[in-house]
Design a protein around this ligand. Structure first.
Ligand code: 8YV
Length: 350
């Protein structure tokens, strides 16, 4: 394989000029239109390629890579990688990479935009006005809840959680509480202006709760009817993480029965399907998974994924540069199928 050009599959149309960089070093199999690849289609595409550039739509595990004996690197365009079965990829010796950092601030911006939209009833007001319902100005029209001076709760305190904490604390004078697997170092807590709280304390004290944690089997429906019942009835819930974290039917029930004032969702359990129970509510803002969707950030994500893929395959200007390897244990164990140069593995873990 040493002198052959690697073959790379790109699962969705991305930015052509960025993806074109791959063509200088690889044979690229592009997907010209947005396509929902089922398991059989994924398996067929992955068989016979050395690398793949994929997105959250592509669910890849043991079955999809069973025939992919050449596959060395799957570069996910996204920081969340719950679409990939990491233990299965590791068992097959396939590296998985993601795109952290470049989307942190953009995603935190959207979290705040959704929080403001829900708490101050902006989308609901817009719809009401366009519906011709604004007969006369009234003192009590569309009363919402304040952000400034309120308590912001953040569940999950990685990079995006911290960026949200900074906005809340430094920008809006909010008291910020967070819950995470482990507390942040004290100097980081001071810098972002947040204090650690237990899960129940977070739920009961937050005026606004933002969900920013990675989705795992352990936190499936962590926000269920029991958790929602612990929140203030005046509170706002915002989910920009993954849909499976929230029990959507319990949320719809709480919103329609006055047990929760408002919510905003950017992610859903069964995307792109959105439950009719949610669509019917006026006190919820619904966006189509656009957390990282600014032009500059989406371009940066694709560029980083291309860099990761090239580095992993040992080609192009990125050969040998550190990449965002998710299953770094594979490098430690020496069982990765990655390219080597002069007998040396040329990617480093990060
Ligand atoms: C991406 C996201 O757009 O990065 C993530 O985890 O949820 C989004 O920002 C999406 O994953 C694209 O694959």
């Amino acid at each position: 394989m040493a002198d052959q050009r690697p073959r790379v599959w790109v699962s969705q149309p991305l930015f052509d000029d960025t993806v074109a960089q791959l063509a200088a070093y690889c044979d690229v199999v592009a997907t010209p239109e947005i396509t929902a690849h089922d398991s059989a289609a994924l398996a067929a595409q992955l068989a016979g390629v050395d690398g793949a550039l994929v997105t959250l739509n592509d669910r890849i595990g043991a079955a999809e890579v069973a025939a992919a004996s050449q596959l060395k690197v799957i570069a996910n365009v996204g920081v969340g990688y719950n679409n990939l079965d990491i233990p299965a990829l590791s068992a097959a010796g396939i590296l998985a990479t993601n795109t952290p950092d470049v989307l942190t601030e953009t995603t935190a911006d959207l979290g705040f935009a959704l929080l403001m939209a829900a708490a101050r009833r902006i989308v609901e007001s817009d719809r009401w006005l366009r519906d011709g319902q604004w007969g006369q100005w009234s003192f009590t029209t569309m009363l919402g809840t304040d952000l400034h001076g309120s308590t912001l709760g953040i569940l999950g305190m990685g990079r995006i959680g911290q960026a949200i904490a900074r906005r809340g604390h430094h920008g809006f004078g909010m008291k910020v509480l967070y819950h995470n697997r482990s507390p942040l170092p004290e100097d980081v807590e001071r810098e972002v202006g947040a204090r650690y709280a237990g899960f129940d304390e977070l739920l009961s004290h937050a005026d606004h709760l933002l969900l920013v944690l990675p989705y795992t089997a352990q936190n499936h429906h962590i926000i269920d009817a029991t958790a929602l019942a612990k929140m203030k009835p005046s509170a706002t819930l915002v989910n920009i993480a993954r849909g499976g974290i929230v029990d959507e039917l319990a949320l719809a029930d709480a919103l329609s029965n006055g047990r929760l004032a408002s919510a905003a969702l950017d992610v859903y359990e069964n995307e792109p399907q959105v439950r009719p129970e949610l669509l019917a509510l006026r006190n919820i803002v619904l966006t189509p998974h656009i957390g990282s969707a600014s032009l500059a950030t989406r371009r940066a994500m694709v560029q980083l994924a291309v860099d990761n893929l090239q580095a992993g395959l040992g080609i192009g200007p990125d050969a040998g540069r550190p990449v965002n390897v998710v299953n770094a244990d594979l490098l430690d164990s020496g069982t990765a199928r990655v390219a080597t140069s002069g007998g040396k593995t040329i990617i480093k873990k990060r």
